[in-house]
Design a protein around this ligand. Structure first.
Ligand SMILES: [Zn+2]
Length: 499
């Protein structure tokens, strides 16, 4: 009946109607200061109390003991409906990049509007609005241990990155996005006379060990979609391409390292992206409203894309992950790579410091492609000695699958002998490049116990990249693990190959 519906609407609207209860902290503060941790905590709790779509969970604790929240959006029970696609969006690994958090909170409010409910017919979304609350409270990039969280996804020494990976391992999201800010105001750019000016930049996975199908679909289908989506909503956008200024340093599509929030999930054959909004000058809050809205629009666009391509993405991820789960003798993993030109110059949109107008600069030294410099054949697995505490701890934090090791005549136990330690250029930094000779062992070394990590697992390529001593992304390139590499001695890890 018409009247009772009207009464129901009147009755329910104040409860479920979005605008009735949700005053964003950023709006309350008129964007004159960033949302504090306390404001964020009470705001998302309020949303949780008032919406049936959202459940807020405490996913972990920061170094200083602040809660790390996950906002689980689902029209049913989260991750229960196999037909849905799971998306993880996380923001503010860097505490001085405030618009990621503000954008995530805007997104939460947006998603609870009735007109957006259709998204959850197909999507279960986990939103982590603030990975680094300790950094955020002080407007500092690093966490309270002084660690850059977005360089920590390989060694996972910090509670904040551990939280993200536990979350990922629990749900195995098909799509992930890591939300940041970039700062275009560097001195070298000022001297050059131009700076980058896009509201939003976006990047996909570039490590060549990530499934080629996923990389191509991300780069050729998602990126054009999102550029148009943002443009239609009056936000400028461009490909995420650090480096420069032109003439001084080459421009590339970021890093192929797997220690950041994009590639550490990407290497598990996930559709994984980075989104960077433009920071204010000197990490200030200038333009914070526009910045937050740009970030929100980018995240909202990702959800729209995933909604429209749900079956295709789910199928592709499932097929590509099957390949990781199967034993893969004969397959290669690239352990040293380099950025190379594609032959096409880059037309880079920049803002002139002198005229304050937009211009396109033709960048000659543009290296968008990644090529392998050294491959290894993917082994069956690796043995880690139980008496090597730092490696055992690491394997535990990465939660690798372990199986019982069975020695049989068909396998070969390889021991790495380090004959010399050279160095190699990795994206402008110098990292160790050991010279290695393989010894075949007839038996396991007497009196030592090992755990066995097979490469036939979702983190199989990650294992190879972490444990091969010549990997330029390997554990031994981190200070804490460098001492595992000694000239004239064997490396503690053993490699198991098919004969
Ligand atoms: Zn960042």
């Amino acid at each position: 009946m018409r009247t009772s519906i009207a009464i129901l609407v009147m009755f329910f609207f104040p409860v479920f109607g979005f605008s009735q209860y949700a005053i964003l902290p950023s709006e309350k503060n008129s964007y004159q200061k960033p949302t504090s941790y306390d404001e964020l905590s009470s705001y998302i709790q309020l949303l949780d109390n008032q919406s049936d779509l959202l459940k807020v969970e405490i996913a972990g604790q920061s170094v200083a003991g602040r809660n790390l929240y996950t906002m689980l959006f689902s029209s049913s029970e989260f991750a229960r409906d196999e037909s849905k696609i799971k998306v993880l969006i996380f923001a503010q690994q860097h505490g001085n990049e405030q618009s990621g958090k503000e954008g995530a909170l805007l997104l939460a409010a947006e998603l609870l509007k009735p007109e957006n409910r259709y998204l959850f017919d197909k999507i279960d979304l986990a939103l982590v609005p603030q990975v680094n609350p300790d950094g955020s409270e002080n407007n500092k990039r690093r966490n309270a241990n002084g660690m850059d969280l977005n360089r920590n996804h390989m060694i996972l020494t910090e509670p904040e990155t551990q939280m993200l990976h536990e979350l990922f391992d629990r749900y195995l999201f098909e799509v992930t996005m890591d939300v940041h800010e970039y700062s275009p105001y560097g001195e070298s750019w000022k001297k050059y006379g131009y700076r980058k000016n896009a509201d939003i930049t976006l990047g996909a996975t570039t490590n060549i060990n990530v499934s080629e199908n996923i990389r191509e679909f991300s780069g050729n289908v998602y990126l054009p979609f999102i550029f148009k989506y943002l443009g239609d909503r009056k936000f400028s956008s461009f490909t995420y391409c650090p480096g420069g200024p032109p003439g001084e340093e080459y421009i590339r599509h970021s890093t192929f390292d797997v220690n950041d929030g994009r590639q550490s999930f990407g290497i598990q054959n996930t559709f994984s992206f980075i989104q960077e909004g433009m920071n204010g000058k000197d990490d200030s809050i200038e333009n914070l409203k526009h910045r937050a809205e740009g970030q929100m629009t980018g995240m909202r666009g990702l959800l729209e894309f995933v909604y429209g391509n749900k079956d295709k993405i789910k199928f592709m991820v499932s097929e590509e992950r099957k390949k990781l789960l199967a034993p893969a003798p004969g397959l290669n993993v690239s352990i040293q790579s380099v950025h190379v030109p594609s032959g096409k110059p880059l037309l880079l949109p920049l803002l002139s410091y002198t005229t304050d107008s937009d211009t396109l600069v033709r960048v000659k030294d543009y290296r968008p492609l990644v090529r392998s410099l050294a491959d290894v054949q993917k082994p069956l697995g690796y043995l880690i000695p139980k008496d090597c505490a730092i490696m055992m701890d690491w394997a535990g934090r990465q939660a690798f699958e372990q199986v019982k090791f069975k020695k049989d005549p068909g396998i070969q136990i390889g021991q790495y002998m380090i004959t010399a330690i050279d160095s190699i250029d990795f994206e402008g930094e110098i990292v160790v490049d050991p010279q290695v000779k393989m010894n075949d062992l007839k038996e396991l070394p007497a009196g030592r116990d090992f755990i066995y990590l097979p490469t036939a697992q979702l983190k199989g390529n990650l294992l190879v990249l972490a444990l091969e001593p010549k990997s330029m992304l390997g554990l031994v390139t981190y200070e804490k693990y460098a001492r595992l590499l000694k000239t004239g001695q064997s490396f503690p890890v053993l490699r198991i190959m098919k004969k």
